[in-house]
Design a protein around this ligand. Structure first.
Ligand code: ITT
Ligand code: MG
Length: 175
């Protein structure tokens, strides 16, 4: 199975390789434009970024599936504070499926800096004294003391987006 992932971030590539290991995939990374701001600020923008990445990665290759992963932040009704969210999309060129990953609250001082226009990756690096945390354990890893990681969290979104393509008869009908 040939997969094209719409990013060159190693945590995203790892998330796809590890989650879909069972299919022994060949994974190529494709740097594509997400078509949304570098820091998406809603579920809608984040999902759209994942969709664009999946479609554009597939279009740029002759892979069987294109996979897109996007991180974002959102204020969610009923959930205090600003949430870190992540979404995946998978497409075979015809059908497109979406799946969400874990959601976790960002510290309020980080939220304030994002409100001023900053991006999460650099803000986390500045706060932690790290360099490239978004390509390592990520905010998801740091804020959970390693109980999860960005790779693992993104992997859950990949499973939910890609799963319907291989779930066969147990896959729900789509409108
Ligand atoms: O090269 P790409 O694929 O764009 O990888 P990215 O790390 O920039 O990932 P996104 O564009 O999907 O994420 C949007 C922003 O949110 C940041 N981000 C998302 N999840 C994060 C995490 O777990 N830890 C740190 N930064 C994160 C990321 O660094 C960007 O500034
Ligand atoms: Mg980015």
């Amino acid at each position: 199975m040939d997969l094209a992932v719409g990013s060159t971030n190693p945590t995203k590539i790892d998330a796809v390789e590890r989650t879909l290991e069972r299919f022994d995939p060949t994974v190529v990374d494709v740097g594509v434009d997400s078509g949304v701001p570098e820091q998406p600020w809603s579920i809608e923008e984040t999902v759209t970024g994942a969709e664009n990445r999946a479609r554009r990665a597939l279009a740029a290759t002759d892979a069987d599936y294109g996979i897109g992963l996007e991180g974002g932040v959102a204020r969610i009704d009923g959930v205090p504070g600003l949430s870190l969210i992540m979404w995946a999309a998978a497409t075979d060129g015809d059908r497109l499926e979406r799946g969400g990953g874990p959601t976790l609250r960002l510290p309020d001082d980080v939220a304030r800096r994002l409100e001023d226009g900053a991006e999460l990756g650099p803000v986390m690096d500045d706060r932690l004294g790290t360099d490239g945390i978004a390509e390592a354990e990520g905010a998801a890893g740091v804020l959970t003391a390693g109980l999860t990681s960005r790779t693992r969290a993104l992997g859950e979104a990949v499973a939910c987006a890609f799963g319907p393509f291989v779930a066969g008869a147990s896959s729900p009908d789509r409108a």
